[in-house]
Write a protein that binds this ligand. Structure first.
Ligand code: NAP
Length: 306
């Protein structure tokens, strides 16, 4: 029986691990499909307090990981498949094996959304991606496009100008949702060309099955056209990673966990932190703050059991 299991190793999960580790609870921390979470797919983090020059996202995560290990956190790779609470004990099935724990902190984050176009899954890795940081450097001196109009799309577009000959920013409306500073930066960049009121209708591939372009549809006039690009970067938001918890824990209509008080979920001993329970702020620092709050609540709850 574990005292506390933490699901996820993004900012929220690792902060919860640091706090529960320092409370001598030797937390078991589960690293899922994307160890380190979304920060590992960003470049420079400029707004995490304490780093006036900015810090690389992966480096920040590695430092948090080391800090959690220093205080006794144990890490295990594995994906949660099922969750249940029986006789007040939380049980999670991880890669076929049940783990029992008194307290459970869910910090499983959110995953990138895709457009839902034909052949999307098979094209990932062949000119279709959701991570400029991971794949941008493969597309030097060729045209690429980014889909979306939020901060992620703007960040990806700006990053890609380091490599690509041209970056098209395809957005379904005629104004960006991104924060003003990010939007202004993108619109002032001569290497980025926005294509407004437009959606992608089809991915076009060459004889080797690699991306060679997209079929665009002007959403106002209905006219279609072709655009030659070697890679499509999809940046249209995220879906919370809550599948094993649906129907058992409170969620909103999009599946985000909805704690009742602070980070406390509807079942005793279950806490939620980070992007999995936050569709409003979704920042590294707010996730870290929620991870801290969840750890302190879990610690108090465990003390109450004794
Ligand atoms: P977001 O703000 O939800 O923006 C998603 C964008 O994708 C929107 O422009 C949306 O269009 C578009 N979109 C959604 N579904 C679409 C579809 N099916 N087809 C075409 N376009 C679609 O998501 P995000 O950009 O990932 O940002 C999420 C949060 O993280 C935000 O709070 C953001 O501030 C934060 N963030 C911050 C930073 C930073 O500060 N460095 C970097 C990245 C993200 P509409 O505009 O028409 O809805």
């Amino acid at each position: 029986m574990e005292q506390v299991v933490i699901v996820g190793t993004g900012c929220a999960g690792l902060t919860a691990a640091i706090y529960t580790g320092r409370a001598n609870l030797t937390p078991l921390v589960l690293e899922g499909r994307q160890p380190g979470g979304q920060l590992t797919t960003t470049t420079e983090v400029e707004n995490f307090p304490g780093f006036p020059e900015g810090i690389d996202g992966s480096e920040l995560i590695m430092k948090m990981h080391a800090q959690a290990e220093r205080f006794g956190a144990r890490f295990q790779y594995g994906t949660v498949e099922e969750f249940e609470q029986k006789n007040g004990i939380n049980r999670i099935k991880v890669d076929g094996q049940w783990i029992e724990t008194k307290a459970l902190i869910i910090a499983s984050g959110a995953s990138a959304r895709w457009l839902g176009i034909d052949r999307e899954k098979e094209l990932v890795g062949h000119g279709l991606t959701s991570c400029a940081t991971c794949d941008g450097a493969f597309y030097r001196n060729v045209p690429v496009c980014v889909v979306g109009g939020g901060d992620s799309a703007c960040e990806e577009a700006g990053f890609l100008t380091r490599f690509a000959s041209k970056v098209y920013l395809i957005h379904r409306r005629d104004s960006l949702r991104a924060s003003k500073i990010m939007a202004d930066r993108v619109l002032a960049n001569p290497k980025i060309e926005p294509i407004w009121n437009t959606g992608i209708e089809e991915y076009l591939t060459d004889e080797n099955g690699e991306m060679r372009g997209v079929k665009l549809k002007d959403l106002k006039s209905g006219t279609t056209s072709k655009l030659e690009v070697k890679c499509v970067f999809v940046a249209i938001g995220h879906t919370p990673n809550t599948t094993p918890f649906l129907g058992k824990l409170d969620t909103d209509e999009e599946g985000y966990l909805t704690p009742r008080h602070g980070t406390e979920m509807n079942l005793p001993g279950v806490f939620a932190a980070g992007d999995v329970a936050d569709r409003e702020y979704r920042q590294a620092i707010t996730a870290a703050g929620m991870g801290c709050a969840a750890a302190i609540s879990a610690e108090r709850w465990l003390a109450g059991l004794e």
